[in-house]
Structures are given as C-alpha cells and as structure tokens.
Design a protein around this ligand. Structure first.
Ligand code: SF4
Ligand code: SF4
Ligand code: SF4
Ligand code: FES
Length: 377
C-alpha cells in the first residue's frame, strides 16, 4: 500500500494503483471518458487531468501511478476550465441528438455535458465522421457519435484478442476503421459486442436495440447466461416483457464481457417457433390412436430445400402422454439391448440443477455412464 494525499485527504492505494484508482476507491469522483477499469490506460481524452505537487502541468490521473507522499488536487478552477474545453471540443463535431439518441440516459458524454452545463459547442460546428453501417446483424457503427476514446479498439485487442478494428487517419479525419475499411464480417471480428459494451456514446449500438425504448423505459434483470458452463453474469434489458438488449455487468466469471451467443443470442426466448409443448411424430401419434388422419406418405426434406414445418410432421400432445411414451420406449431399449445402448446428452441451456437430475436419471435409473453435455458440468 502507498499513502498519498488527494484533495487534502490521506488515502491509501494498493500496489499498482493509478491516482484515478486511488481517488475512486476513496469516493473522489474524477471525470473520465477514455478510461475503462478493465483496459490499459490510454490517456487520450485528457478529462481526468489532475494537479500534482511538484509537476508543472496537469497530468492524466488514469495513467499516473500512485506514489508514496504524492499530493494531488482533482478539482480546481484551472482543471475545470481544462475539462470544459475538452468537452467543448468534443461537442464541436458531435451531433448532439440526445432527444432521439439510443444512448441518451446512459451516455458518458451527455452526462458530462450536463454536469458542465454545455448544451452546444462554442467552436465552429462540423461533423467530421459520417454514419457508417456495414452489413451485419449485430451492431450499428455510427462514426458521427464517436469521440475516439479507443475503448473499442483496446477491448478488441486486449480482452477479445481479435484486433478487428484500429484508429485510421489522423486529426479531424481519424476514425475507427477495420483493415482496408472492409465490412466487419470480412475481418477477424467475432461479433462479441464487447466494443458495444465499453463504448461511452451511441457510436456502437446493438441493432436489435434500435427504436425499442429510452434507457429509462427499460427494466434490467441480472441473471446467468444460459449458453455454456462458464456461467457468465448477464444483465437483460426488457421492455414490456420483450428482450431489448443484453450486457455484462461485472460478474465474477466474466466482468463486463460476453461472447456473441450471450450478448446477441437470446432471441430464442420470445421466438414464435420456440417449442413450448411436447411434440410427437404424426405417424407415431396415428399408430397410438392420438389422431384420426394418417400423415402424408412422403414427408421429409424436399428436393427444393424446403423443410416441412413442425406442424406438418409432428403433433402437439400433453406432457403426460409424451413422458409415458418416452419412458416406455426407453424401458424397451434397455430391456432389449442393455443400459449401455442408451446415451444421454444434456443441455447447457438447462440449469445446473436440471443437468444434475438428468445425470442421476441416466446413471441411477437407466444404469449407464453414457452421459454428457456441451458445458461438461
Ligand atoms: S451519443 Fe450521447 S451526447 Fe451524443 S447524441 Fe447520443 S446521448 Fe447525446
Ligand atoms: S464485436 Fe468483438 S471482435 Fe468485433 S470489433 Fe467489437 S470487440 Fe472486436
Ligand atoms: S466507437 Fe465508441 S468506444 Fe470506439 S472510439 Fe468511438 S466512442 Fe470510443
Ligand atoms: S480518462 Fe484519463 S485521459 Fe481519458
């Protein structure tokens, strides 16, 4: 631990802490835009400048190692003027469409503009970057809202390891580009959406979230991703019972980060084709006397590529009939060929408890160790 003084208060900082870390841990707020706690410091936005005794000019606190005996000032007239000018310049090429913006209410730029009382820039207004949506189903890239904080670039390189994006050009022309400015689908992008997660503005927004409601209309529920055994914590934003978006929230297993399935793959929850009742094959249902009409003779994949709909090949039954049928069939297989003729594949979409009961059924009732699932739990 090192002891330093911030705004006249004695604070202690852990080994490797920055001055920003030490201040935040002590409850001292410092404005910041390019900083993200899970990413390496970049020091580009200059909003987190602080004054340090003995230093001639203000220093970005997000990249400044806390040292014993350091005396730091986080708020002064000069620092407020610096920060105001930083924001003023950012707003000079920003659309400020907050009244219709998907990010309003969760936007760091909007929050600081509000705190500094800036409704417009005092500089000549010119939007340097233009809308750019490449063809993908997951995220909108709208450069006009980008403040070049590089959080997306760093998360893609440091956390995801894909390095699909980088800042191209210089100065007013600079923008977050893909290699050769190709569409994301032609890059190593995995569409994990972690760049969307860390983007402080509306420059990166999930496609499915567009037009689904303002931030304050959404209900946020924390749960566990249903896809694999990692057990990532997810926060599901819903409106009127419909899933609008999914994000990470800092859970122990995954921090804020998710893979593409967890972030963009929960559409099955409200999908009209989702199976909600047991279905059995029509020929079986007919032979059991559950339906009056026999199925058409040649059901199966059509040579034209059209697969028959579930309603053509299967018929809905109640749970009792379905479970009795499955139990009878399983008992017959085990009786005829022994328990090792059976193998059970569980699902990571089920809870651990469901999968535990499932393996008990396979081992204890059927009598075989042929049981597995993709999550390997
Ligand atoms: S990104 Fe933020 S500041 Fe920009 S229009 Fe949207 S809410 Fe407003
Ligand atoms: S979606 Fe993931 S892989 Fe693609 S650019 Fe964003 S962080 Fe990188
Ligand atoms: S797209 Fe978002 S995260 Fe990336 S540099 Fe622009 S504002 Fe920052
Ligand atoms: S948050 Fe420190 S320079 Fe941007």
């Amino acid at each position: 631990m090192v002891a330093l003084t911030i705004d006249g208060r004695k604070v202690e900082a852990g080994a490797g802490s920055t001055v920003l870390d030490a201040a935040l841990a002590a409850g001292i707020e410092i404005p910041r835009l390019c900083h993200h706690p899970e990413l390496t410091a970049w020091g580009g936005c200059r909003l987190c400048l602080v004054e340090v005794e003995g230093q001639q000019a203000p220093v970005p606190s997000c990249g400044l190692a806390a040292a014993a005996g350091m005396v730091v000032i986080t708020h002064s007239e000069q620092l407020e003027a610096h920060r105001r000018e930083v924001l003023d310049l950012l707003l000079s090429d920003h659309p400020l469409n907050c009244v219709i913006c998907e990010k309003a209410g969760a936007c760091d730029l909007q929050r600081y503009a509000y705190e500094f009382g800036l409704s417009e820039s005092s500089h000549e207004k010119e939007i340097a970057r233009k809308l750019y949506q490449d063809e993908n189903a997951f995220l909108v890239r709208d450069h006009q809202y980008c403040i070049l904080c590089t959080r997306c670039v760093r998360v893609c390189e440091e956390i995801v390891g894909a390095s699909a994006i980088e800042v191209a050009q210089r100065g007013f022309e600079a923008f977050v580009a893909t290699p050769f400015d190709a569409p994301l689908v032609e890059t190593p992008c995995t569409f994990c959406g972690n760049c969307v997660q860390v983007c402080p503005t509306a420059a990166l927004v999930p496609v499915d979230r567009i037009g689904k409601g303002r931030e304050w209309d959404l209900t946020r529920t924390r749960t566990v991703c249903p896809y694999c055994g990692t057990g990532c914590g997810i926060e599901v934003a819903t409106r009127g019972g419909e899933i609008v978006s999914v994000s990470g929230y800092g859970a122990p297993a995954n921090g804020e980060f998710l893979c593409t399935k967890g972030r963009f793959g929960l559409g099955f929850v409200g999908h009209p084709d989702r199976l909600r009742r047991p279905l059995i094959r029509r020929d079986l249902a007919y032979s059991l006397g559950l339906i009056d009409t026999p199925p058409p003779a040649a059901l199966g994949r059509s040579p034209l590529g059209r697969s028959p709909a579930a309603g053509e090949t299967h018929v809905e039954v109640d749970w009792e009939i379905a479970l009795d049928l499955v139990a009878d069939r399983l008992a017959a297989v085990v009786k005829e060929s022994g328990p090792d003729a059976f193998a059970g594949i569980g699902s990571a979409l089920c809870t651990n408890e469901d999968n535990y009961i499932f393996q008990k059924l396979v081992r204890g009732v059927i009598g075989t160790n042929n049981v597995d699932l993709c999550a390997r739990v």
